[in-house]
Ligand binder design. Structure first.
Ligand SMILES: [Zn+2]
Length: 114
C-alpha cells in the first residue's frame, strides 16, 4: 500500500517509501501501532527513523493511506480515469458520455460533480 506522509500543517514530506525509507518506515511503524525497535544502525538512518516514529506519536506527522479506484464505463469498458478510493482499491463503474447518449437519449448526461 502507498502512503502519503504529511506534517500537521499540511506540508508533504514523502509520497513513496523509496524517497526517505528510514523516516517513512518509522512513521508507518508508529501509525500502525507497532512498538518495534529502531532497525537501523547508522546514526543518520536511526535519527530519520526516530523523527518519523516520534513525529507520528506526537501528532506532528500524519500518515494517510493512499488508495486508487479506477473508473471504467460499464458498457464499453472505456477508461474514465480514477478517483480517491477512500481506503479501498479496485475498479468501479460509471457510464461514459457516448454510451449514455446512445442508451438514454432522453436524459441529459449527468455532470461529474453532483
Ligand atoms: Zn461507454
Amino acid at each position: 500500500m502507498k502512503f502519503e506522509i504529511i506534517t500537521d500543517d499540511g506540508e508533504m514530506v514523502a509520497e513513496q517509501e523509496e524517497m526517505q525509507p528510514a523516516f517513512v518506515k518509522g512513521a508507518v511503524a508508529a501509525h500502525e501501532g507497532r512498538t518495534e525497535e529502531n532497525p537501523y544502525r547508522r546514526n543518520s538512518f536511526r535519527e530519520a527513523w526516530d523523527i518519523g516514529y516520534q513525529g507520528v506519536k506526537q501528532g506532528k506527522v500524519i500518515v494517510k493511506p493512499q488508495s486508487v479506484m479506477k473508473i471504467a464505463c460499464m458498457y464499453c469498458q472505456k477508461d474514465m480515469g480514477e478517483k480517491d478510493g477512500l481506503g479501498t482499491e479496485g475498479e468501479t463503474h460509471s457510464i461514459c458520455e457516448e454510451c449514455w447518449k446512445e442508451r438514454y437519449p432522453q436524459w441529459l448526461y449527468p455532470s461529474e460533480k453532483q
